[in-house]
Design a protein around this ligand. Structure first.
Ligand code: UDP
Ligand code: MG
Length: 317
């Protein structure tokens, strides 16, 4: 069993909840997390990261923080995005083990006890695997399923299927992730990349307690492209593959067309076939350029070296 820190101010567990307009969920989140964590018999803290909320979540967090010193509100200057909010939570966390959980209670806090049990067995990363998801549209389920499988195929890192950010990570892993300051973050990939002993615990993903998803399609696409570009060169290689196929195809087409002409055929005569070929290749070239642009844009973001987030207000120590 790992040593406990009860004698000092440092809690054993840090729970991190990124919050973007979740005012209706905050009281219930606090209630359920406190109940579960109190039953663990260890000291804990709840780091709530306000990602630029405008619905009163910020005041609620401040009030909770004033009432209960275990609640530590970290307030961003604006919306920086979910993955950055979780990163800030990790930066401000002090626990020996850190649990990342969604504020909308889709990740049941009760599962934390199972994650802790595995941590005590000696695992450094314990990720929660979704066996079922309630109350999500078929579109979200389908795109999520395709996304996880695509990521697994095209990246070098073994990122487990159907896992979200709901996981427990040991302090060692948190510290290493803290050193990985890439801007376009895919945290579940980063924690897999680190290695150590990792294991999954299955759970049923619940419905949102209140409110609506903060991940519209636009954010989902950005998230997916961060994941892919962050962990794979496959899109860049795609241009090479398509180039070879197109060049091979045209090499084959030349003798075929010559033979047809000699035989007196009028196939491939006229503008239509030329136009189609030009438009097709033009399209492929523009897509390849766009893919290059995605990587170059990310390089540029890294080169600027701006801080990952700007904090408006946070606990002192
Ligand atoms: N979230 C955030 N910043 C954002 C979007 C979302 O901090 O820009 C938080 C949100 O408040 C929630 C978690 O990230 O606690 C997961 O978001 P959501 O539940 O909307 O995603 P979904 O479960 O629908 O994928
Ligand atoms: Mg959710």
């Amino acid at each position: 069993m790992k040593p406990s820190n009860q004698s000092t101010n440092i809690p054993t567990f840090s729970i991190i909840a990124p919050i973007y307009n979740e005012a209706k969920n905050i009281p219930e989140l606090y209630r359920r997390v406190s109940e579960v964590m109190n039953s663990s018999g260890e000291s804990w803290e709840l780091v709530m990261v306000d990602d630029g909320s405008s619905d009163g979540s910020t005041d609620l967090m401040r009030e909770l923080g004033a009432e209960d010193s275990r609640v530590r509100p970290v307030i961003f200057a604006r919306n920086f995005g979910h993955q950055i909010a979780v990163t800030a939570g990790m930066d401000y966390s002090r626990g020996e083990a850190v649990v990342v959980i969604d504020a909308d209670l889709q990740d049941p806090p009760e599962v934390i006890l199972e994650l802790i049990a595995k941590w005590r067995e000696g695992y450094e990363v314990v990720y929660a695997v979704r066996t079922e998801r309630e109350g999500e549209s078929w579109f979200k389920l389908f795109t999520a399923s395709v996304f996880y499988r695509l990521i697994q195929r095209i990246t070098d890192v073994d990122i487990p299927l159907d896992t979200g950010d709901f996981r427990l990570v040991d302090r060692k892993v948190v510290d290493i992730m803290g050193q990985m300051r890439e801007r376009h973050r895919f945290l579940r990939g980063m924690s897999s990349w680190i290695g150590f002993k990792q294991i999954g615990v299955e759970y049923e993903r619940a419905e949102r307690f209140a409110g609506e998803t903060k991940y519209p399609l636009r954010k989902m696409i950005k998230f997916a492209s961060d994941a892919i570009t962050g962990f794979s060169y496959f899109p860049l290689q795609l241009a090479t593959y398509i180039g070879f196929v197109a060049a091979g195809f045209s090499c084959l087409a030349i003798p075929v067309v010559i033979a047809l002409r000699l035989a007196g055929s009028r196939a491939f005569y006229g503008q239509a076939s030329t136009l189609i070929a030009v438009l097709f290749l033009g399209g492929v070239q523009l897509i390849s350029l766009g893919i290059l642009g995605e990587y170059i844009g990310r390089l540029y973001d890294e080169a600027k070296g701006r801080p990952l987030y700007v904090v408006w207000d946070a606990p002192e120590e």
